[in-house]
Design a protein around this ligand. Structure first.
Ligand code: 3PG
Length: 306
């Protein structure tokens, strides 16, 4: 019998788990659940005898892939797959997939919420501002950014974008694409970061870019902390005391933020962007269906390795 593992340190909503179970039951597969685990050993033990795994931000490194002798496919229920060692997966003949777009609306709503939280002075009672009429700069233009664009536009914001790969998609809907990242940061009141933690994006938000920010701008990061050069972020926040950083990722230099920038930052205690019942359902069901399609029809549509 085909064995499937759902390994989620941060569990899906129970309604999503129920519906995922139904898909596998119908396919005649056996489903095991490992939720809220606290040690890597638990993951190693659980993945040992399964043919497929659904994960979220769970780390699937070379050790895990080496131990999982029967594993044929891992589906990351979500967008970013920087938590999976793709090279080791390919070496172990494991197909890795993601579920692009499935949790995008949830993350976009959080980004908008964070922008409001930032401009309203973190709900501290200090007079804040409004987003209407202000300029939103989208750093990247994937599924999440496109949803942020839709919401920001409805709120009366001007939206501009910097993207290398989706220029045509942006231009097609009349969105102004800046010539450089520097220009995006210079012209925006709110920056929303939507690039993955890979390649040229790693530490792309450096001092050379940040120095162009207006003094009262807000940076919203619902992407990955790896895209920001943290010492450079600290430096610009020291130089421009009106800048705020609101993030769904806690930076490594959290302590420094607490000491130096009270009232100018917020970090969710646990990554919350995709943590809605709707996003769990969308991404979880897509992951389950992709696994069934892979085993039954050899479908590798969403493969990201090999
Ligand atoms: C993603 O890459 O899809 C998001 O960062 C959500 O991650 P999560 O599933 O760990 O909440």
């Amino acid at each position: 019998m085909t064995k499937i593992l759902i390994a989620t340190e941060k569990p899906f909503a129970s309604v999503a788990v129920k519906k995922i179970s139904k898909i596998f039951k119908k396919a005649g597969y056996d489903l095991q659940l490992l939720e809220k685990y606290s040690s890597k050993q638990e993951l190693l033990d659980a993945i040992l005898n399964v043919d497929a795994a659904i994960i979220r931000s769970d780390k699937i490194d070379a050790e895990v892939l080496g131990a999982a002798k029967k594993l044929k496919i891992v589906v990351r229920a979500g967008a970013g797959y920087d938590n999976v060692d793709l090279k080791a997966a390919t070496e172990n003949n494991v197909v890795v997939m993601n579920t692009p777009g499935q949790n995008a609306n949830a993350v976009a709503e959080l980004a908008i919420g964070m922008a409001i939280f930032g401009i309203r002075e973190l709900f501290s009672g200090k007079p804040g501002g409004e987003l209407r009429g202000r300029t939103l700069g989208l750093h990247g233009f994937g599924f999440v950014a496109r949803n942020v664009f839709r919401m920001a536009r409805a709120m009366g914001m001007k939206v501009i974008v910097y993207t290398r790969y989706s220029k045509h998609a942006a231009a097609a809907i009349g969105l102004k694409v800046t010539n450089s990242l520097e220009q995006l940061y210079e012209k925006s009141d709110v920056i929303s970061i939507h690039v993955p933690a890979k390649g040229e994006h790693i530490k792309s938000v450096s001092y050379e870019v940040l120095k162009h920010l207006k003094d009262d701008s807000i940076i919203v990061n619902t992407g990955r902390k790896e895209v920001i050069n943290e010492p450079d972020l600290v430096k610009i926040m020291e130089e421009k005391p009106g800048i705020k950083y609101i993030s769904d990722l806690t930076p490594d230099c959290e302590k420094e933020f607490e000491e130096k920038f009270p009232g100018r930052f917020f970090f969710t205690p646990k990554k919350a962007g995709a943590q809605t019942a709707e996003a769990n359902l969308n991404a979880g069901l897509a992951a389950a269906q992709q696994i069934v399609d892979f085993f039954e029809n050899g479908d590798c549509t969403y493969q990201v390795n090999g």
